[in-house]
Design a binder for this molecule. Structure first.
Ligand SMILES: [Zn+2]
Length: 267
């Protein structure tokens, strides 16, 4: 699943069309509208009614959610599954703002937007896990991971009896962190993923905050959640060792997700 750094790149892909008018919309996959309670045809008509002819006022990201603010005070929200992304006129952006060309796979396009009769913004989604929702409730999301400061982080931890791994991935508390980045933050921050969040205080909290800052900076610089130390060293695989301590990494399930951690330096 794409984490904040990937969705940040998709937002950068789309930003050149801010100010443009949506002159065409083609929803090519009914699974995109999985919240269609009134039926698929009605939902497609609703999306067409809201999006068609609207002006794109802004492109925002909160956590893993990409938001296109439209004229008439409407918002179109997109989520992305693994192997899903946006493409504008055959180009995609990286999180660092550089762009590269990418060949369109027409059979993977789930949504096509035409802007000013000139630009084509495509949502490609190999595994059909992406979603589109109109006027999403943004209040269900916690503070975005890039907006997070230390005092907010301390408050979020103090109020939680969840495991620290579970809390980092709870989008209602901190938005944007998925499984890979959570493991990387805990690795850098020297914390065992099974610890109770509210019990991480003092020096341990300082270490964890340093780990979070270092991780979010590093994945942005390196353009992806797959560029942490754990992944690069192969330590997120069975039988591999901690690159720091050279002891075997442990593999446990926390909050239903597979977690890798070093039993020596993550306490
Ligand atoms: Zn270690």
């Amino acid at each position: 699943m794409p984490e904040f750094v990937e969705v940040e790149a998709y937002a950068r892909t789309a930003r050149p069309v801010i100010g443009g008018t949506i002159t065409g919309i083609d929803v090519r996959d009914e699974r995109l509208l999985r919240r269609a309670e009134e039926g698929y045809d009605a939902e497609v008509a609703h999306v067409h009614g809201v999006v068609g002819g609207a002006t794109i006022r802004d492109v925002r990201r909160i956590g893993k959610l990409l938001l296109l603010d439209l004229s008439g005070d409407r918002t179109m929200a997109l989520t992305f599954g693994l192997r899903g992304w946006l493409q504008l006129d055959g180009e995609i952006a990286r999180a660092d703002g550089t762009r590269r060309t990418r060949e369109v796979r027409e059979d993977h396009v789930r949504l096509a937007l035409e802007i000013d009769d000139e630009h084509e913004l495509l949502l490609e989604d190999l595994l059909r896990l992406a979603t589109l929702e109109i006027d999403v409730d943004e209040g269900r999301l916690g503070v975005d991971v890039l907006e997070l400061d230390k005092s907010t982080f301390r408050d979020v931890l103090a109020g939680s009896r969840a495991t620290i791994k579970g809390l980092l991935m709870d989008q209602r508390r901190i938005a944007g962190i998925g499984n890979l980045i959570a493991d990387e933050i805990l690795y850098q921050g020297k914390a065992d993923p099974r610890r109770t969040a509210s019990e991480i205080v003092g020096d341990d909290l300082d270490d964890l905050w340093t780990g979070l800052r270092r991780t979010r900076r590093r994945v942005l610089e390196r353009n992806g959640s797959h560029h942490g130390v754990l992944i690069q060293s192969g330590s997120r695989e069975r039988g591999e060792s901690c690159p720091r301590c050279d002891v075997p990494m442990e593999r446990v399930k926390v909050g239903g997700r597979t977690s890798y951690f070093c039993p020596r330096h993550q306490r």
